[in-house]
Each structure stands twice: as structure tokens, then as C-alpha cells.
Design a protein around this ligand. Sequence first.
Ligand code: HEM
Length: 264
Amino acid sequence: MPKLKLPTPPGLKAPPKRPSENGHGDERGKLQEAGVSAVDWIDERTALSGGARWLMFRKIPRGTNWFYTLGSATLFAFLAQAVTGVFLAMYYEPTTAGAYESIRYVTNEVFLGELVRGMHKWGSTVMVILIFLHMGRTFFWGAYKYPRELNWVLGVALLILTMLMSFSGYLLPFDQRSYWATIVGVAIQGTGPLIGPYLADFLRAGPEFGATTLARFYAIHMLLLPGVIAALIGAHLYLVARQGTTAPPWLKANEDPELRRDEI
Ligand code: HEM
């Protein structure tokens, strides 16, 4: 039923628009009305929706196309690696005696184990391909120029860390191929200038390849690198949101006659 609105008698002050219903003043009255769903309840206490709106609802330049999705595709590949990696870690045993057997067990015995392991193994290759394509896109669109140089540098760090993820993960099955390939990789590392030999010693974690090497690679692969990559992706996306997306270079040239070759 619609509420009846009575006129205020002459000489009396009109009541406040939102009277407090609990006797604690206006603010509390408002707070009681505000939370109508679980999302509202959380948002009222954290104001997270403001941040989400700031990050996601943005103006983008004309002429953006599918190439602009390569960064998000790389992000998705990273998240898929993180999720499948968590499930693999539930079964993996980082010891020289148990590593190969635990991976064999995941592949042959565990429900959907082969699928999850396959996703993780092929996903690493997919992520490397996507990151290179994304880097190519930003390079050919000139997105590394002012004011995005720092984001380019962050990207280079992400590229190196992604390659290190692949390298450190390769040893973990501890089969003949991964064992010998990693010995070769660490030996190549040792020939690097200045810090090369020290880095090789650090990775080998002892005079011989063995139990300590595997434990070190495992810790680097599943704790150190994912943590640093996640933090750098956060900084990378913050800068993307803050600086906006670069317009395609051919559009910029069309809009600004100074940039057109025939006019210079
Ligand atoms: C884990 C790796 C990476 C992730 C998850 C990632 C993610 C993203 C996302 C989502 C965007 C915005 C959408 C887009 O422009 O595609 C972006 C933009 C950008 N990324 Fe990456 N990126 C990664 C690695 C790299 C690398 C290796 C470079 C270059 C060395 C790079 C340089 C840039 C630059 C310069 C932009 C700004 C593009 C523009 O303003 O148009 N990123 N990145």
C-alpha cells in the first residue's frame, strides 16, 4: 500500500528526512538501511567497489583490438599455472628417491591427475608464448615510451622470472631428461660474467647435483618465483590502470599532423 504523506501543520518544523530509528543519531539509522546484500555488507565496511571500479571501468582509446588482450591472456595463463600447481604440490615429493615416483603416481593413478599435470606442463609453454606475443604487441605499438618506461622494465623482469619458472620446473620430475638438461643449464649459467659462477653454485646448492639441489629448485619454483611474479603483476597492472592504454600508433599519427611523415 502506498504511504500517506500528511502535510506539516503550520507553525511546526518539518521532521528530518531520515529520522534515526534506533536512537543513536542519523548515521546509525543510515547504516542500518544501507546493507541489503552480502556484497553491500562487505563493500560498506571495505569500500572495495571503489577500487574495483577504478581498476576496471576505464576509457580506452579508439582502435584497440584483439592484440590488446594478450596481457590479460598472459595473466590468465599465470593464474591457471598457480591453480594447477597447487594441486600438483599436494602429491609431489621433492626428494631424489620420491620425486619421479610421485609424478608417475599423479599421472597414472590420481583422478584427473594426468589432465592437471598436462595443463601445468603445456600451460608453461603457453605462458612463455603469450608473454613474448604481449611484449611484441607493446613494442610494436610503442607502449614502452614515455610515460610507460617503468612498466616496460617491470615487464622485462616478469619475462626473466617467467623463464626462470620454466627452468626451475623442468628439474622437478627428476627423470633422465630433466636431470641432465638442468645440469647443462646450470653449467651454462656458470659461464655468465661476474655473478655467473656464484649463481650456479647457489642453484646447485652443494658440490654435486642431488637432494639439496632438488629441494632448492622446488622452493624457488613454488614459493619464491610465484610470489615475486604475483607482486610484480600487481605493480604492472596498477601502472596500466594509472597510465591508461596506449592508442594504436597509426591512429595517433592520423590525429596529430606533426606525427605524419608527409607533413614533416
Ligand atoms: C606475467 C607477465 C605479464 C602479465 C600478466 C602482463 C599483463 C598485462 C596487462 C593485463 C596489460 C594491459 C592489457 C594489454 O595491454 O595487453 C599489460 C600492459 C603492458 N605490458 Fe604487460 N604483462 C606481462 C608481461 C609484460 C612484458 C614481458 C612486457 C615487456 C617487456 C610488458 C609490458 C607492458 C606494457 C608496456 C604495457 C602497457 C601497454 C599499453 O599501454 O598499451 N608486460 N600487461
